[in-house]
Design a protein around this ligand. Structure first.
Ligand code: NAD
Length: 426
């Protein structure tokens, strides 16, 4: 290998092909590895090279479909991009249990985003607040001039909220600009508006503006969904009791609540990626919302109905778009959106909340009954066999034997492989 250094000046100025050549020689990639690097799939070189910086290749993940979803009386097939086995199967399974009782009921989600403007160095906080409120209409007008298209379609800046916060740098006023972003996720839209109104804010508040940026804690864009999951399909009274115990465990213990919510993220991040949305924005918002009581808490709630069925509900901020960002640029995201057959961003958030609830119920059911590893490891057995060096043509055979023997381990896969090659050599 050549002498390795990471300060490669002008890397971004090279063409993608030149970058591929340079990195291949720098880390000594072999012909097979170079071939993988050059495989762009459905992306054209220009498409992929303009998405982010310093691009050298494309990274693929499986796109699976979760079935059985009925949400607000409409049937949906949900595209999910995820590398973890058993997640898609689990969601489909829980959706079937809810389907028996009418499916999921999700509330309308208003696509209102918050843009924050941080006002500092205030001489008279009360006078500044008063002046900002008095000039609300002018602030909204300047904001709305930034996106005439959004206005024409019925969206745009709608209101302001004024907050006062105490910081180590003194009192600050935080102005929230509330914007109806219609079918977009909305970060760029609201950031542009926040920057545009800032000079006028400085003029009327007498303060100095620093940050002007969207908040991912989208508390005006909360998605709520409810469903009843069939007691017998879950595995009976004992399993329902186990789920209620698991839920109370998560309510009382942030260590457990984190993993509880991780299961929920399995659903939403997979749908977010499939539709070309920003998974970091969604995750940051959900975790912050889960902490709003002061203790990190589960995003779902559970109880039973009079027949002993499990009744679940979820409440999460879901700023998902069907326009803007990468949603219309990524070829597979466009296919995923077509599979979803949605009319609005609000509908996508309603679907997302239902998926999250299903995902959570499926994980809790497995934990409260046979344990998560049985289904998980069975699906994971092919990966284990691959890690053990089993060639592709023997993967299924080795995986099946590991499942049968309930020994899904790399050392056991190696033993089976050895046995198979010994018997071949005899
Ligand atoms: P965008 O910048 O592409 O804006 C959407 C545009 O579509 C708007 O200008 C709007 O006028 C137009 N439009 C047309 N028809 C519309 C309709 N029916 N509804 C809504 N808009 C319509 O996209 P965006 O959603 O503003 O920004 C999303 C991107 O911003 C994501 O890629 C995200 O990663 C990125 N981002 C996120 C953050 C953050 O979350 N903190 C910060 C910066 C950027």
């Amino acid at each position: 290998m050549k002498e390795f250094h990471s300060d490669i000046s002008g890397f971004y100025k090279l063409s993608m092909e030149e970058r591929q050549k340079l990195i291949s020689s720098l880390v000594n990639l072999n012909q097979d590895e170079i071939k993988i690097l050059k495989e762009l799939g459905y992306f054209t070189p220009t498409q992929i090279d303009t998405l982010i910086e310093n691009v050298v290749g494309s990274y693929q993940l499986p796109l699976g479909l979760a079935l059985n979803f009925k949400i607000n009386d409409k049937d949906y097939i949900l595209p999910m991009v995820i590398e973890e086995p058993s997640v898609v199967a689990a969601a489909s399974n829980a959706a079937k249990m809810a389907r028996k009782h009418g499916g999921f009921h999700s509330d309308e989600v208003k696509p209102i985003m918050i843009s924050q403007i941080q006002i500092t160095q205030l001489k008279d906080v009360e006078a500044s607040k008063k002046s900002l409120l008095e000039n609300k209409e002018k602030l909204l007008k300047i904001a709305n001039e930034q996106d005439p298209m959004l206005n024409e379609l019925g969206g745009g800046a709608r209101d302001i909220e004024i907050r006062e916060i105490n910081t180590n740098k003194g009192i600050m006023i935080i102005l929230h600009l509330l914007v109806n972003v219609l079918d977009a996720m909305g970060a760029n839209v609201v950031n542009t508006m926040a920057e545009a109104i800032s000079p006028y804010i400085e003029e009327i508040s007498g303060g100095k503006v620093y940050l002007r940026i969207v908040s991912n804690l989208a508390t005006h864009r909360i998605a709520k969904s409810r469903a009843t999951f069939d007691k017998e399909m879950l595995g009976g009274e004992e399993v329902v009791e186990g789920i209620l115990n698991a839920y109370e465990f998560a309510v009382a213990d942030p260590y457990r609540a984190t993993t509880h919510n991780k299961g929920i993220m399995n659903g939403i991040v997979a749908l977010t990626l499939a539709t070309g949305n920003d998974s970091r924005a969604i995750e940051a918002g959900c975790h912050a919302y889960a902490s709003s009581s002061g203790q990190y808490s589960p995003l779902t709630k559970f109880k039973t109905d009079s027949d002993g069925n499990l009744v679940g509900e979820i409440e999460v901020p879901l700023a998902l778009g069907i326009i803007g960002g990468m949603t219309k640029i990524h070829p597979m995201a466009r296919v995923a959106l077509k599979i979803l057959n949605l009319k609005s961003a609000s509908e996508l958030s309603q679907v997302g909340a239902a998926l999250d609830l299903a995902q959570n119920v499926a994980a809790l059911r497995a934990l409260a009954s046979e344990g998560i590893q049985k289904g998980h490891m069975a699906l994971h057995s092919r990966n284990i066999a691959k890690v053990a060096g089993v060639p592709d043509e023997l993967l299924e055979k080795v995986a099946q034997e590991m499942i049968k023997e309930k020994k899904i381990r790399v050392d056991y896969a190696k033993q089976i492989l050895q046995r198979l090659s010994d018997s071949k050599n005899l």
